[in-house]
Write a protein of this length. Sequence first.
Length: 68
Amino acid sequence: MSIEQQGNAADGLSWVKSSHSGPNGGDCVEVAAGAEAVYVRDSKTAGDGPVLRIGRDGWAAFVALAAG
């Protein structure tokens, strides 16, 4: 799996999404790392959709559980 850069959005974050997302978009999420949190959004509503803010400790716990 790899990630592809989505560029800097108006929110100042650099969003990335997995190469598993495919060329047609589909059901995928984008992730951006901020100074104190990680942000997650639906790629289909990237411009005006909701954004989930997760503290770095919470994100680390999520990744550890998902990887295991």
